[in-house]
Design a protein around this ligand. Sequence first.
Ligand SMILES: [Zn+2]
Length: 158
Amino acid sequence: MADDRQCAELDRVKLERLIPTTRERSLIAFRHELAVSYCKLGTEPMNDIPASTERRRQRLLAQIAKIGYALPGSLTVRHTRCSSAGCRCRAEQPALHGPYYSWTRKIDGKTVTRLLSAQQAERYTPWFQDARKLRALIAQLEALSLQAAEQAEGWGEK
Ligand SMILES: [Zn+2]
């Protein structure tokens, strides 16, 4: 780990090589100051990741490894009423039309819908479930990583 003096020395040498002219001394001084600041940032020790955090990460990865196919979007089931009078869907004890399965997803910001048969809906339901699981696991991994980085660097501590 470099201390402040080593950082300053390192960057002075580096800067003299980069900017050999004696003009713009203030600019060089400013850049030097900036470089020293960055150097110090880079050499701050990172505290160890706690073993419990690492175990939690391994568990999340193991769960992610079990994910099969992950189909984006969502599957919705609808029962509908038509417009013809006297239809069974408008009876006192209505028997609605359907079920109709539709798969909705966004492509380039536009919602795209595809109708699926009952068999297709059944076939792909686990794929939709796994996509949902995967999103939840990724969110957990991100939260864990954020927490680990904050702890390791002392960010957020007053
Ligand atoms: Zn009807």
